[in-house]
Design a protein around this ligand. Structure first.
Ligand SMILES: Cc1cc2nc3c(=O)[nH]c(=O)nc-3n(C[C@H](O)[C@H](O)[C@H](O)COP(=O)(O)OP(=O)(O)OC[C@H]3O[C@@H](n4cnc5c(N)ncnc54)[C@H](O)[C@@H]3O)c2cc1C
Length: 371
């Protein structure tokens, strides 16, 4: 009989924490997931584009490149077997000026190095034949890109954890942990019924709370905690009929993939997210930002009518780099970084974190259990 209440405690019931819990529960470990909110998936996982990324852009050998491709392949299978809604609609990355075509060539080369299936360069005419109304001089077509119901996905993972006798405990914030002398952690959980529990493994996946949670773990060296930067992105919704079937992306901008188009699962057209660094959690959508959206979107959709965009919602990317700094990789920090055996601390899980989540969960579980 184990001295621990649980084999593993996961902090955060977003897509990534739930995927970690699911991967650990599949290995027959007893799992508890602590979530501070009253429902799962209320953090970054509820304020994003719900795009399944093929894995085109990320530098060769990076965790983002590997997890996005592996995660995407696993995700389609998971969604299918759990009857979660998705649409593999494909995506066009469009060049609207001839000078942009070398950037599409570079993305295609990167995609091939990343082992991404279904990527091909097509002419502007071919793109415009596929999507009448589009303006493009060339496009990179990605058939593996899609959209999904991220909340249905998270609920299905919660179901998988609970079916293996794991627990997802809501309204229960992690408030601190101390390493136990013989290994494992004593964890303090708050909420209406504060409690202490012992777990052999501790995984922190609290999204925007990653830095705060790490600082609450006794013995976690503060100098290895990366700075948190909020990369805000807002969305506008089109009043009227969705013009295109596929995802439409411009070439990426520094720090983000660029304001893109999607027809969501409900059939409505949504544009966003843009990128602005902000200094606090703020989800307001300033209607004045629409002006920039009209100019930007008309580059690839000249037919966008005046006064047709309504403010929709905003999300915050949990960035660990500031404006102008190179975009770092996902961080899965283990003992080699912070010196605490049995602890995996995740930082900077921004896009493509949703697509990558199943692969991140598998990597975390196999690194912590060596299996
Ligand atoms: C604007 C935007 C667009 C994006 N678009 C895409 C996309 O199209 N495709 C894609 O693949 N990725 C996308 N992403 C990235 C993706 O959304 C994230 O990488 C992913 O959702 C992160 O999940 P998470 O579980 O790490 O974080 P979260 O979903 O934030 O989950 C963390 C959880 O931890 C909880 N928590 C925090 N502190 C504590 C505590 N002390 N105790 C207990 N619980 C705590 C929070 O309440 C939250 O529920 C986008 C991100 C943004 C911001």
């Amino acid at each position: 009989m184990s001295d621990f209440d649980f084999d593993a405690c996961v902090v955060g019931a977003g897509a990534v924490g739930l995927a970690c819990g699911y991967a650990l529960a599949k290995r027959n470990l007893s799992v508890v997931v602590l979530e501070k909110e009253r429902a799962i998936g209320q953090g970054v996982s509820s304020r994003n584009s719900e795009v399944i990324h093929a894995g085109l852009y990320y530098p060769t050998g990076s965790l983002k490149a590997r997890f996005c491709v592996e995660g995407r392949r696993a995700l389609y299978g998971f969604l299918e077997s759990h009857k979660v809604a998705y649409r593999k609609c494909g995506k066009l990355v469009v060049a609207v000026e001839a000078e942009q075509t070398p950037r599409l060539d570079a993305i295609q080369r990167q995609a091939l190095e990343n082992d991404v299936e279904g990527v091909s360069m097509i002419s502007g005419k071919a793109a415009m034949d596929l999507e009448p109304g589009l303006r493009a001089v060339a496009a990179l077509s990605s058939s593996e890109s899609g959209l999904f119901d991220s909340h249905g996905y998270m609920a299905a993972m919660q179901g998988e954890i609970e079916a293996r006798d794991g627990a997802v405990v809501l309204a229960t914030p992690f408030e601190g942990a101390a390493p136990l002398p013989g290994g494992g952690f004593r964890i303090r959980a708050g909420g209406e019924a504060p409690a202490s529990l012992d777990a052999r493994l501790l995984i922190t996946a609290p999204g925007l709370g990653a830095q705060t949670v790490a600082a609450e773990i006794e013995g976690f060296p503060h100098e290895v905690i990366p700075a948190l930067h909020y990369g805000k992105g807002v969305y506008f919704r089109l009043r009227g009929r969705a013009p295109f079937e596929r995802l439409i992306y411009p070439p990426p901008i520094p720090g983000a993939l660029g304001t893109h188009y999607r027809r969501d699962l409900g059939g409505q057209a949504v544009f966003g997210p843009d990128l602005a660094f902000v200094d606090h959690e703020d989800y307001a959508v300033d209607p004045a930002r629409a002006a920039g959206f009209y100019d930007y979107i008309r580059q690839f959709w000249p037919g966008l009518p005046d006064n047709s965009l309504d403010p929709d919602y905003a999300g915050l990317r949990p960035k660990i780099h500031g404006p102008g700094e190179p975009q770092p990789d996902f961080r899965l920090d283990d003992q080699s970084v912070h010196g605490l055996p049995g602890l995996m601390a995740l930082f900077g899980i921004e896009s493509p974190g949703l697509t990558s989540s199943l692969a991140i969960g598998e990597a975390v579980a196999s690194r912590l259990t060596q299996a």
